[in-house]
Design a binder for this molecule. Structure first.
Ligand code: GN1
Ligand code: MG
Length: 363
């Protein structure tokens, strides 16, 4: 704890630190709560940034500064009360940066203001999905006019063509001899490849543009006050320019699956239309203002794309020899890929229903 206290002292913390304790259950960054002797508005969150996944921390923090600064100004302009609970605030170090690099340990750290009397929700139901849709749509909508250039914290993160090329490349190299056993599966996947890569094609043709997206739209990345009202969106490491499909598609990929993404009970998989409807309604209420007609018409494609892309990514890792996702058993990544494949097929079965519902929402 002495080390962590020393790190905390690098930032412009107001108040006297009385306690530092682990916070939350994040798998990527290590998070601590700094409690001060002063009232709760002066508590903080200290995080060690995982620079093995996010290799360009200055770029990452630049994105976060631009995005939180922009949202803050929007809220101020709108006269929104209680702004410090509606957008994250990062503290500067003595050098005026929003991160501190500990050379000795090769660690990157940052501090943000702790949002008091706030909760995150783990349960996916119609209410939380509606609220999350509304919150992520609002987040994107506030960022439509960001002037500063943002970088990709994970280059080409949600780029389907890149994921396609990575899979094809590893199948050719076949480093652990698994390619032959998945050849039939790959054939099925490839039969949808062109259709699934239409986003990148439309981008090249100038029919779609990149937007500032959150790119990790999990239900527990939305903060609520104790009455259940949305406060803000958190976990901003993956905020970057991406296609319209990212936030909408990735939320539904995780939330609309009837089973966990690594369960092998494939016959129990369905694409939950109750969650789809609730999330879509919430999302379109806020995102409807900036989405183009083409983007709206492609929302069912986004809902199919994300299980499909995740299937390709899991299969790529399986054929690579399991270096990216932790595995509990030898075929774990293959099971995950098959699970996402089933979810993709199920989502496709609901395509017409999706279109109809989106039509009703936007009429
Ligand atoms: C990773 O670690 P987690 O669950 O937040 C991955 C996502 C995948 C997800 C699949 C940086 O996210 O893109 O959809 O696993 N994040 C990264 O489980 O690759
Ligand atoms: Mg996360």
């Amino acid at each position: 704890m002495e080390h962590i206290k020393n790190i905390a002292s690098q930032f412009a913390i107001q108040g006297t630190i009385s306690q530092i304790s682990p916070l939350g259950n994040g798998l990527i960054n290590d998070t601590y709560k700094i409690t001060t002797a002063e009232p709760a508005e002066h508590d903080y969150v200290l995080q060690r940034i995982n620079h093995h996944i996010f290799t360009d921390v200055p770029l990452l923090q630049h994105n976060i500064e631009v995005v939180t600064g922009h949202i803050r100004r929007q809220l101020e302009k709108a006269g929104t009360p209680d702004i410090d609970r509606r957008v994250l605030t990062f503290l500067p170090t003595k050098e005026g940066k929003t991160f501190y690099y500990d050379e000795e340990k090769d660690e990157y750290w940052r501090v943000s203001v702790f949002i008091s009397n706030a909760v995150t929700i783990e349960k996916v139901d119609e209410t939380s999905s509606y609220n999350a849709g509304n919150a992520f749509g609002n987040f994107e909508s506030m960022l439509t006019d960001v002037a500063d250039q943002l970088g990709e914290t994970i280059p080409s993160f949600h780029n389907m063509e890149l994921r396609r090329d990575q899979l094809r490349d590893v199948l050719r190299r076949d480093p652990v001899g698994r390619a032959a056993s998945v050849a039939e599966f790959v054939n099925q996947i490839e039969s949808y490849m062109d259709e699934m890569c239409q986003g990148e094609r439309l981008l090249r043709e100038g029919k779609l543009a990149l937007r500032v997206c959150h790119c990790d739209t999990k239900v527990n990345n939305v903060m609520f006050d104790t009455e259940g009202n949305v406060l803000c969106v958190i976990d901003l490491d993956t905020v970057m320019p991406s296609l319209f499909s990212s936030d909408y598609g990735d939320f539904l990929r995780t939330a609309a699956n009837t089973i966990a993404e690594d369960s092998a009970e494939f016959d129990k998989i369905d694409f939950r239309m109750d969650i789809f409807r609730a999330f879509t309604r919430g999302y379109l209420e806020t995102a409807g203002s900036f989405l183009t007609p083409l983007e709206v018409s492609l929302l069912p494609y986004a809902a199919e794309l994300f299980p499909y892309m995740q299937c390709v990514r899991f299969l790529w890792d399986y054929v690579s020899g399991d270096h990216y996702w932790k595995c509990q058993f030898a075929e774990h990544n293959l099971v995950r890929a098959q699970n996402q494949w089933q979810l993709f097929l199920k989502a496709r079965e609901h395509e017409e229903e999706m279109k109809e519902f989106i039509g009703e929402c936007t009429r």
